[in-house]
Design a protein around this ligand. Structure first.
Ligand code: KG4
Ligand code: ZN
Length: 337
C-alpha cells in the first residue's frame, strides 16, 4: 500500500511516498528558512503563502522521484493538527482535492503522533515506550502505547523547548534556526560559564512538567548586563550554558518519568531531538535504551505523516472532506502519576 504524506504544519512544505508504513520511496521538502531568516522566526502569513506556491510542485517532485504515477497512490495522509492554522489549511485543502479526484481514502494525521512515529520508519520498535517529543511548538513526555495512543505525563507549562532556543538565539543574534545555531556554537563554549536557574515547580504543576519562560528571561536579563563586556568572546559560552540548562531539565524529567513508569525504552523525536548535547546526555543514562531518529526525521517531514497514515488507514480510519484543521492539539489523554 503506497501512501502519499503531506506536511505543511509550520514552515516546511513536504511530501513523501511511503510503502506499507515503512519503506520511504521518496521525500521532498521545500524549506522556507531564507524567507523567515530576516525575522528570526516563522512568520505565519509568509509561511502559508509560500505553501500555496510550492505544494503542487513538492507533491509532483515526490511522485517523480519515486517514479510513481499519481493513480498508483492508495491513500492520502495529511497533517491537520496542531500547527499554524493557515499553513495547515494549505496542505489539508490540497490533500482533500487529491483524494477526491483520485477517489482514494484520506486520513488526517496528528503532527505529534507523526513525530513519535518517525523512528519507526528506520527501526523495529515495539510498544510501549516513553516518548520524548521536543520541537519548536511542543515539549511532551508521554507513555506511547501504540501508534495512535499516548498518555501524556508531562508537558511544558509555558514555552516549548525549541522556542526557548529560538528566542535566546534571536536576542543575541546567534543565528537562525536558533536551535541549530546554539548547538553549533556550544561546541566551542563552556556549559559552566554561567549558572542559570532551574524552574521551580508550584502547586498544581506535575512532577514531569517543564518550564522554559523563566530560563529564557534569566538568560536574557543576566547576560544583558554582560553585553558591554567582551561579548563576542562569550557567544559560545552563552550558547553552551543555556543549552546545558535547557537540556538537563529535560533529561531530568525524562529519567524521572522512566523510573516512575518502569519504561526502559525512550524514543525521542522533534527538531530538538537533533541536539547533540541531548543525544549525548540521554545516551549516557545507564539501564535505558534510547532511540533517536536520524537528523532528517527529527525535523518536520512528510515521511512520518505517510508512515503513520498507513497504520491509520489499515485500521480503518478515514477522514471525510469536512475534516478541519486545528491549531491546538485535541484528544491527548493526560495522566497524573
Ligand atoms: O520539529 P520541528 O522541525 O518543527 C516543529 O514542529 O516545531 O522543530 C523545530 C525546532 C526549532 O525550534 C529549532 O530551533 C529546533 O527544533 N532545533 C534544534 C536543533 N535543530 C532544530 N534545537 C536544538 N538543537 C538542534 N540541533
Ligand atoms: Zn514538528
Amino acid at each position: 500500500m503506497i501512501v502519499l504524506g503531506i506536511e505543511t504544519s509550520c514552515d516546511e512544505c513536504a511530501a513523501a511516498l511511503v510503502e506499507d508504513g515503512k519503506k520511504t520511496l521518496s521525500e521532498t521538502v521545500a524549506s522556507q528558512i531564507e524567507d523567515h531568516r530576516p525575522f528570526y522566526g516563522v512568520v505565519p502569513e509568509i509561511a502559508s503563502r509560500r505553501h500555496i506556491e510550492t505544494i503542487s510542485r513538492v507533491v509532483h517532485q515526490a511522485l517523480g522521484k519515486a517514479n510513481i504515477e499519481v493513480l498508483q497512490v492508495d491513500g492520502v495522509a495529511v497533517t491537520h493538527q496542531p500547527g499554524l492554522i493557515g499553513s495547515l489549511l494549505v496542505g489539508l485543502s490540497y490533500a482533500k482535492g487529491l483524494s477526491f479526484a483520485l477517489e482514494k481514502p484520506l486520513v488526517g494525521v496528528d503532527h505529534i503522533l507523526a513525530h513519535l512515529y518517525a523512528p519507526h520508519l528506520e527501526s523495529e520498535i515495539s510498544y510501549p515506550y516513553l516518548g520524548l517529543l521536543v520541537s519548536g511548538g511542543h515539549t511532551l513526555i508521554a507513555e506511547v502505547e501504540d501508534f495512535d495512543s499516548i498518555r501524556v505525563l508531562g508537558t511544558t507549562i509555558d514555552d516549548a523547548c525549541g522556542e526557548a532556543f529560538d528566542k535566546v538565539a534571536k536576542h543575541y543574534d546567534l543565528g537562525f534556526p536558533g536551535g541549530v545555531a546554539i548547538d553549533k556554537l556550544s561546541q566551542q563554549g563552556s556549559p559552566q560559564a554561567f549558572r542559570f536557574p532551574w524552574p521551580s515547580l508550584h502547586k498544581g504543576d506535575h512532577p514531569f512538567d517543564v518550564s522554559y519562560s523563566g530560563l529564557k528571561t534569566a538568560v536574557v536579563n543576566q547576560l544583558d548586563q554582560f553585553w558591554n563586556r567582551d561579548f563576542k568572546k562569550s557567544k559560545e559560552n552563552i550558547a553552551a550554558s543555556f543549552q546545558a540548562t535547557a537540556i538537563d531539565i529535560l533529561v531530568d524529567r525524562t529519567v524521572k518519568a522512566a523510573r516512575k513508569t518502569g519504561l526502559k525504552r525512550i524514543v525521542a523525536g522533534g527538531g530538538v531531538a537533533a541536539n547533540s548535547y541531548l543525544r549525548k546526555r540521554l545516551n549516557e543514562q545507564v539501564g535505558l535504551e534510547v532511540i533517536f531518529p536520524s537528523l532528517r526525521l527529527c525535523t518536520d517531514n512528510a515521511a512520518m505523516v505517510a508512515g503513520l497514515g498507513y497504520h491509520l488507514l489499515r485500521s480503518g480510519r478515514r477522514s471525510e472532506l469536512d475534516l478541519n484543521a486545528y491549531a491546538r492539539v485535541r484528544g491527548l489523554r493526560r495522566i497524573y502519576p
